[in-house]
Design a protein around this ligand. Structure first.
Ligand code: PHE
Length: 345
């Protein structure tokens, strides 16, 4: 019987010693220490022994069990250390390899100018209003004092979707929506930036899609002087200090009087250069006092309030500011062009 114990012991210890993986070791644990394992079998054989031999035999089997458990534990430690080493080696990352560069885009120049204008006007207490590019004739024309058959409709060649629906030709449509929404309540002080569309043949200075940012202020005692002061301040922020503003008479159906606004040339400081065609002035936007009829049809009393409005063309402003000479650059998505505008400008 003792021989058998020794035999199991030497066999088990050798198997444990030679075992190469945690899985295999688990099998050995079951084979020797499990409920139906070899050591349990030896225990069972104790029954058939004479009484006086039982204690000595039991002791030996217990020693065997302890020895095998200990060997398995020891082997377990060796194996898991080895497995960890192997995993570390397999998952090793070469941190000296050059990484994959992630392309980071730049902000579109029109977007840069839009944000700059938004910051500027929000800083003066204006809110920002946005609305649909597919617009009703009612807001784009009718409420802006341009009824059907009005000759001013020819000034803005329009993409119609059906007789009442169109792609808005100016952000003035948004001003009309806001005036209507206010239901006669004062004051109104907002800008409406956004895309507009006109049936133009594209060339270096025309695009059938472009961007505007219009401003609208309605309140008590608003005058042309307020408009001038506001635009002068804006021109100084956008084009650098020392800018002057000049008004020239013009015509828009929704403003009376209407003006064309020039800024003193930021490139030559008004002395005359090729950018300002030697006039010292650059036309930057159209503006005027909100037409009393527009106030009236939108539910305001022109006897009690007045307002000014202005419409900035973002492409023109951006072209002036960055010296861009072809409007098509904004819409052809040439990365060489777009990348010259630093993301964090
Ligand atoms: N809506 C005019 C245009 O698109 C610009 C403008 C806006 C003029 C507001 C005066 C007042 O040409």
């Amino acid at each position: 019987m003792s021989d058998k114990i020794e035999q199991v012991q030497s066999e088990a210890l050798r198997a444990v010693e030679e075992c190469g993986s945690a899985e295999e070791l688990q099998q050995l644990r079951i084979r020797y220490l499990g409920k139906k394992g070899s050591i349990q079998e030896l225990m069972a054989e104790m029954k058939s022994l004479p009484k006086e031999e039982k204690p000595a035999f039991g002791q030996k089997v217990n020693l065997l069990k302890a020895a095998v458990s200990q060997a398995i534990e020891a082997r377990q430690e060796v194996l898991s250390a080895g497995e960890m080493d192997a995993r570390l080696a397999a998952e090793k990352i070469d941190i000296t390899l050059p990484g994959n560069r992630t392309e980071i885009g730049t902000i579109h120049p029109l977007q840069l100018i839009r944000r700059e204008l938004e910051d500027l006007f929000v800083g003066m207490g204006y809110t920002i209003a946005e609305g649909p590019e597919v617009e009703l004739d009612h807001y784009n024309f009718e409420l802006a004092n341009i009824p059907k058959d009005h000759p001013a409709r020819d000034m803005q060649d329009t993409f119609y979707i059906d007789p009442n629906t169109l792609l808005r030709t100016h952000t003035t449509a948004m001003q009309m929506r806001e005036l209507e929404k206010a239901e006669g309540k004062l004051p109104i002080k907002l800008i409406c930036p956004g895309k507009v569309y006109r049936r133009d043949d594209d060339d270096a200075t025309h695009s059938h899609q472009f961007m505007q940012c219009e401003g609208l202020v309605v309140g008590e005692h608003i005058t042309l002087a307020d408009l001038k002061g506001t635009l002068e301040y804006a021109a100084n922020v956008m084009f650098g200090g020392g800018r002057k503003i000049r008004f020239r008479p013009s015509y828009f159906p929704f403003t009376e009087p209407s003006v064309e606004v020039d800024v003193s040339c930021p490139f030559c400081n008004g002395k005359g250069c090729s950018v300002c065609k030697h006039s010292g002035w650059i036309e930057i936007l159209g503006a005027g006092m909100v037409h009393p009829h527009v106030l009236e049809i939108n539910g305001f009393d022109p006897e009690k309030c007045s307002g000014f409005a202005f419409g900035i063309g973002l492409e023109r402003m951006t072209m002036l500011k960055y010296g861009i000479d072809d409007i098509r650059n904004f819409y052809t998505n040439d990365l060489r062009f777009l990348k010259t505008f630093d993301r964090f400008d």
